[in-house]
Design a protein around this ligand. Sequence first.
Ligand code: CUA
Length: 152
Amino acid sequence: NYEKLWLGASLLLIVGFISTIVYGAAGAGITMVNDEGGQVNPQELGNTSGFDDPGVTKVGPNEYEVHVVGIQFAFQPSTMEVPANSTVTFYVTSRDVVHGFEIVGTNANTMVIPGEVSKITVEFDEPGEYGIVCHEYCGAGHHSMAAELTVT
Ligand code: CUA
């Protein structure tokens, strides 16, 4: 009957959407694992573990954490380096206004909100150069707000 047909069609559609998302991540040589974060005081980043000294920290054999602070109009740090075949968790927050954090050519893309920590885990399989850009309009210097990630 028609009801079963519609049910089957919508299930197919959902499976199709999911494979599109999975393919999008795999196609760029990265896999996103999750996207969740926590809370932080934007006025106290200098006294907040991780954000007091933004950058790359090795936390396991192939595991890295990267703390990033967005400010008008830059990311701190502006360059970062991790080895290939590593799992990298980015913790990103803002010291002032809402920014964006997008690793160009990948599906890694999040809002950067003062008071909140955006968490994004990415697996980098191959060496490469990735541009990181702010994709939320944040003021006059928005277009120049960028950073570089090198996978060696
Ligand atoms: Cu920061 Cu646009």
